[in-house]
Design a protein around this ligand. Structure first.
Ligand SMILES: C[S@@+](CC[C@H](N)C(=O)[O-])C[C@H]1O[C@@H](n2cnc3c(N)ncnc32)[C@H](O)[C@@H]1O
Length: 361
């Protein structure tokens, strides 16, 4: 190692230091601001601003049954972060079409407040993760803060709404025809079941069962299915990926959960045994390349942090947990599929946030 190596030269370069401090201030602002996004979503503050020509802090407080002094401070924080716009002369606050779309439209493809519920849960669970670092034993998914479960559903559902029926299922070989005719589907690790219900709505001739080992998520999935009038065509049951019930299935899906599992090979092997010989295993995973260098980008940054605080500890919570991590590349999944008895593998579709992996017998 020469003298110019990063490890030897300990004197900060003033220009680089300045740039790094600037980045630190931006990151600090974002991480503090995240808590106010969760408040805005929980109190309905963003939604109350939607469609309005502009509200004063008093009007917004009245509309949301909240205290004006706190609302005024919250509004200042939103304006400073660019999440709310304001007209100083009239002391009125409003959302631009872009702010309204991303902050209030739960059925739009770019609805982001849910992601910050996940961030809030990471801060609350940090003491548990700290202990995990010391002991080497993980933190199981069900042992996390409740906002993780709510936030995961809020964060992922818009993405499924935008892509699952229109893009991802049609990208799989022969799956749409099977579902239109009437197929049997297991959605494994379904969480609150948004993916299950979307598929059930689109393919009324098919039979859908959502499985998850977290009883609280299954209860939530059942309640939403009743509310949406879908409980006759979708069932939700507590079961593990390694041994969920069902045979001769046409499609097994894992939405953003295989890398969280302690035994991904066991889960994929069980999926293979549950499928018929024409069946398909669909695995949706976070976007990632095969190496750290390929994942050094804003999306990789989000997923590596979530993986440190949530996914890797979840997988390591069981003895001999695989600890794949949320940035596991296609090469590793191909190998898992081969070990578990699948002979064909391909990346069938992708979006900036996700990969859709197809496994065939
Ligand atoms: C990141 S969440 C994704 C939830 C849902 N698929 C979605 O996309 O919104 C991961 C889910 O996997 C579930 N999970 C993890 N390991 C599991 C296992 N071995 N068997 C069944 N479910 C599991 C967790 O309980 C959690 O609901």
């Amino acid at each position: 190692m020469g003298d110019s190596s990063p490890a030897r030269n300990r004197t900060p370069d003033p220009e680089k230091l300045n740039a790094f401090v600037g980045r630190f201030v931006a990151d600090l602002g974002a991480s503090f601001h995240g808590a106010t996004i969760v408040l805005g979503e929980k109190l309905g503050l963003y939604k109350a601003l939607a469609g309005a020509d502009g509200l004063t802090s008093e009007e917004l407080a009245r509309k949301t049954a909240t205290a004006e002094r706190f609302v005024r401070e919250w509004l200042a924080a939103q304006v400073a972060s660019g999440y709310v716009s304001w007209e100083a002369r009239k002391q009125r606050y409003y959302l631009t079409p872009e702010q309204e779309f991303t902050l209030t439209n739960e059925n739009g493809p770019a609805y982001f407040p849910g992601a910050f519920f996940v961030a809030a849960s990471m801060y609350r669970d940090e003491p548990k993760i700290l202990e995990a670092f010391r002991t080497g034993t993980g933190v199981d998914w069900p042992d996390h803060d409740h906002d993780l479960f709510v936030g995961t559903n809020k964060f992922f559902r818009p993405n499924y709404l935008a892509n699952l029926i229109s893009g991802w299922l049609p990208a799989l070989d022969g799956v749409v025809t099977r579902l239109e005719e009437g197929g049997r589907v297991a959605d494994v690790g379904c969480g609150f079941g948004s993916s299950t219900r979307l598929m059930a709505q689109a393919y009324p001739n098919s039979d859908f069962v959502g499985f998850d080992y977290h009883a609280g998520s299954i209860r939530a999935a059942q309640e939403i299915a009743v509310r949406e009038g879908l409980s006759a065509r979708t069932r939700f049951e507590v079961a593990r990926a390694q041994d969920f019930p069902g045979q001769d299935l046409d499609l097994v899906t894992f939405f953003d959960c295989l890398h969280d599992m302690a035994d991904p090979v066991g889960a994929v092997r069980h999926a293979r045994q549950s499928l018929n010989d024409e069946g398909t295993l669909m695995v949706v995973e976070p976007m990632a390349g095969n190496s750290l260098d390929e994942n050094i980008n804003p999306v990789g940054r989000v997923f590596y942090s979530a993986s440190t605080m949530i996914c890797t500890p979840a997988s390591m919570a069981q003895p001999n947990g695989a600890g794949l991590g949320a940035q596991t590349g296609d090469d590793a999944f191909r190998e898992i599929g081969r070990t578990a008895g699948f002979t064909r593998f391909r990346r069938a579709a992708e979006t900036p946030f996700n990969r859709v992996l197809e496994f065939r017998p």
